[in-house]
Design a protein around this ligand. Sequence first.
Ligand code: ADP
Length: 391
Amino acid sequence: MQAVLVLNCGSSSIKFAVIDSGDKTTVLEGLAERLNSAGAVVTVKHNGEKQSLAIADANHEQALVNIVDLITSHCQHKIIGIGHRVVHGGERFSASCRIDAEVLAGIEACSHLAPLHNPANIAGIVAAQKAYPTLPQVAVFDTAFHQTLPETAYLYALPYAYYQDYGVRRYGFHGTSYRYIAQAIPDYNAGVLPEKVIIAHLGNGASVCALKNGQSVQTSMGMTPLDGLVQGTRSGDIDPAIVSFLADHTGKSHADITDELWKQSGLLGVSQLTNDCREIETGAEQGEPACTRALAIFNARLVEVIASYAGVLNGVDALVFTGGIGENSSTVRGKVLQQLSYLGFAADDDKNHATCRGQAGNIAAANHKPVWVIPTDEEAMIAADTLALIQ
Ligand code: ADP
């Protein structure tokens, strides 16, 4: 039995999954978290059982040694390749690729665009090269799918030199998820991918992608994932003048305010309670005004973006919801579809409520355009790319 190891390395975590290269099932998965701290721990899930192991002060390399031990002791599979999620591929990477010294240098060269993420991805690649020195490794980029954006979508109306000199442009993220969904849609539509599809990936990080004939032509995250929709803790679009305004009036530094845009805004900032959409929905049901407000702003921005992408595409044939919120929140889906009735969308209430917790399918009312709920699977996509590139 052979398998691919999928690694998703954050600054203080490694998410991992072992995927059978034959039937593509997840054999084992887990998370090493709080790396480089006394509380570092690795948790592994195998055959429905969870096991945790303290790995105090472990860095990426040490954590990976423990992960390899856990994989070896829990499963019989022979690992034949490693697929890495890499956040930023800049303009250089428009597809997944085998990792060699040149590719690694390319990922490093994109680090200024994702200073929190790419260095962690590199740490993971280097650690995996040490743990599995003879195995092929593959990089799968979050940005790659959006390299088809036209100039009108990716250029900001800034002095052009900032694009030329610093690469300031829209790159877009969640690309691996959008690619997975684009490939999955025909399974729900008699083998056909409609010409104009809008996909909403709504998780803690949230974005929308306009898809024309299977290619990304607009997306709401920008040079960084801060842009676009209201997200769990990220502000999404704001007037850029707000940063200087707040710096002048609060005495805080630009860096501190930017940090607040990433970590203290979005659903958390507006609700003052939580970034968790489920808790916000519960609060709203109980009449908590802050939660009602946060949810309403989240939905309103989502409607604005989807509606504007119908303009970008000059029409829309179908919608897809994915990500933790998109896959589970019938409330968000229902409210958004109500607002988009002018585009020919309407929810079937029973189907909308029944399609959650991993269920997939069309939740549209009869005689309306399709609205598919499709659970995303970025790990499966990374494993598929890895297999395709190593075999
Ligand atoms: P990430 O971007 O971290 O991968 P996920 O895709 O796992 O995030 O989505 C997490 C979000 O999904 C959280 O806001 C969570 O509250 C939300 N979510 C999960 N289940 C539900 C549900 N039943 N109803 C509403 N929101 C949900």
